[in-house]
Design a protein around this ligand. Structure first.
Ligand SMILES: NC(=O)C1=CN([C@@H]2O[C@H](COP(=O)(O)OP(=O)(O)OC[C@H]3O[C@@H](n4cnc5c(N)ncnc54)[C@H](OP(=O)(O)O)[C@@H]3O)[C@@H](O)[C@H]2O)[C@@H](O)CC1
Ligand SMILES: [K+]
Length: 477
């Protein structure tokens, strides 16, 4: 059975909202699914709903509205004023206006759960963190000692949805989970009981479309961070070109890296170093990057979290990339243009960023479907980000799609900017989500440029919009 982690589910949740499918609609579908599953098993009876203050509780407020032939009573695990989300609050108020009886459970309240036919556990779902606080623990004990038929909403309260670990948790007869099973549900059959996975109306493409959730999966900012916490990125490229490596390096800064070092051939060193005081530029003893430089590059690479290679380099850059990635201190890499390898060495989490022509040159077949990108990713043992009006990103198993961007993005240098963003995001996130987040941010920055300038903007204009786009993605509710 296909599973989805809570982090991925949270990313899809906010992406649905972003692409126009609201959480309120998802909650309505979730609550209706709970009611349907109960009505399949019971014609009438007394139902006690134990509801938490988040969206897990919200689902049950919806279910209460659909369970018309039942006598429903709600035990709220806190004060109504403490309900956390607007959609849960909205469904709570509608439910209460519809005449459903609600009792607020305080720490001191004795929880009686004996004479009900069905108990709905809607206390905690994917938002559970750590050990159960009171009065949740007491409620779980009351539910487990009752002889009612227990239905868990999404996840039995107390169970870690990703790992299946628990110390105190609801023992359910039936768990109705939404969209896809969470891995922990498959490891705790004794708690889950019968598992039913219900669609809540998320179309397959919405699970794949990049959105704010992708950026949240990869972007990290620790308050107490010190220099370098947020990522040290090494950019290797240039010679004969001078702009490409500098664009990638500046883009890595724009996407949150703390330290960005540029290694370029001495022939272009002075020019590249002159672009910006932000750049730490190292000179490679060569007019063009070659295998002679591998040792120097490896020394630098060992001191960085991610290596980004290829922009504006020609000659042996591919062979150099192969050698550099063999160094076991190199754990993460982005390979662009001439550095793209058909297969990357073991042990490196790698993003390849070909456009269609490079894809055909490197993999030997056209990327005419999502399956082709999946196939290339499997062969390369890397994430492939195919740059096109619709970017296709795959790790060989999953596919993500990015539709941000516009025809102005064909201007030179936007691919270098993308490689730099991907490098910065790869510091913290896994390659699939780092690549899709980078494709999204790069395209959105281009969309801001189109609004400002029309089509004739340049890569440096895109660069300037990146921090603002990231801020907007992180703040999207
Ligand atoms: N697409 C989707 O994902 C959809 C999801 N949907 C539903 O949303 C659910 C996730 O909702 P959610 O994120 O509001 O979290 P939820 O599980 O209700 O927790 C609520 C609060 O409890 C608290 N709390 C945490 N740990 C605790 C503890 N140990 N002991 C005591 N309290 C604890 C914590 O608040 P805190 O007090 O820590 O601020 C937390 O914020 C999901 O399972 C599904 O049912 C559906 O609507 C369909 C679409
Ligand atoms: K639950």
């Amino acid at each position: 059975m296909e599973t989805i982690t809570t982090a991925e589910m949270a990313a899809i949740d906010v992406n649905c909202e972003y692409h126009g499918l609201s959480r309120l609609q998802l909650m309505e579908n979730a609550g209706k699914a709970i009611a349907e599953e109960i009505e399949k098993r019971f014609k009438a009876g007394r139902i006690a709903i134990f509801a938490g203050l988040g969206n897990n509780g919200g689902d049950a407020f919806v279910a209460a509205r659909h369970l018309k032939n039942f006598d429903v009573e709600v035990f709220l695990l806190g004060k109504a004023s403490e309900i956390k989300t607007d959609i849960a609050m909205r469904n709570f108020e509608v439910m209460r206006k519809a005449g459903v009886a609600v009792k607020e459970i305080r720490d001191s309240t004795y929880v009686e759960a004996s004479d009900y036919d069905v108990i709905i556990d809607a206390m905690l779902g994917t938002g559970v963190r750590g050990r159960l606080r009171q009065p949740y623990a007491k409620a779980v004990e009351a539910i487990n000692s009752s002889n009612a038929y227990v239905v868990a909403v999404d996840v039995p309260t107390g169970l870690n949805p990703d790992t299946g670990e628990y110390d105190l948790a609801v023992k359910a007869d039936l768990t109705v989970t939404f969209h896809k099973a969470k891995p922990g549900l498959l490891n705790a059959k004794e708690l889950v009981g019968e598992l039913v996975v219900k669609s809540i109306g998320i179309p397959p493409l919405f699970e794949m479309l990049a959105g704010p959730g992708d950026v949240r999966m990869v972007y990290r900012r620790q308050r107490e961070g010190h220099k370098g916490t947020h990522g040290r990125v090494l950019v290797v490229g240039g010679g004969p070109y001078t702009g490409a490596p500098a664009l990638a390096a500046l883009a890595a800064y724009a996407a949150g890296a703390d330290i960005v070092t540029l290694a370029v051939p001495k022939s272009v060193y002075k020019i590249v170093a002159s672009f910006s005081p932000d750049l730490i530029v190292r000179k490679l003893e060569a007019d063009e990057i070659s295998l002679k430089n591998v040792e120097d590059i490896q020394k630098l690479a060992a001191k960085h979290h991610v290596v980004v290679m290829g922009m504006g380099a020609e000659g042996e850059i591919k062979e150099v990339a192969e050698e550099v990635l063999k160094l076991n201190e190199v754990k993460k890499a982005v390979l662009d243009a001439g550095a793209i390898l058909p297969e990357v060495p073991e042990g490196v989490e790698c993003i390849l960023t070909p456009h269609r022509g490079e894809f055909r040159r490197v993999f030997g077949f056209d990327a005419s479907s999502w399956e082709d990108v999946k196939k290339a990713a499997r062969k390369a043992k890397a994430v492939v980000l195919l740059k096109a009006p619709e970017d296709v990103i795959s790790d060989g198993v999953k596919v993500r799609i990015n539709r941000s961007g516009n025809a102005g993005m064909t201007v030179g240098g936007t691919g270098d900017v993308l490689a730099g963003i991907a490098g910065a995001f790869l510091v913290h996130g896994n390659a699939l989500w780092a690549a899709s987040a980078a494709a999204l941010v790069n395209g959105l920055a281009g969309d801001v440029c189109f609004e400002k300038y029309g089509y004739n903007y340049r890569a440096m204009h895109v660069m300037d919009e990146i921090p603002g786009v990231i801020k907007e993605m992180l703040e999207f509710a």
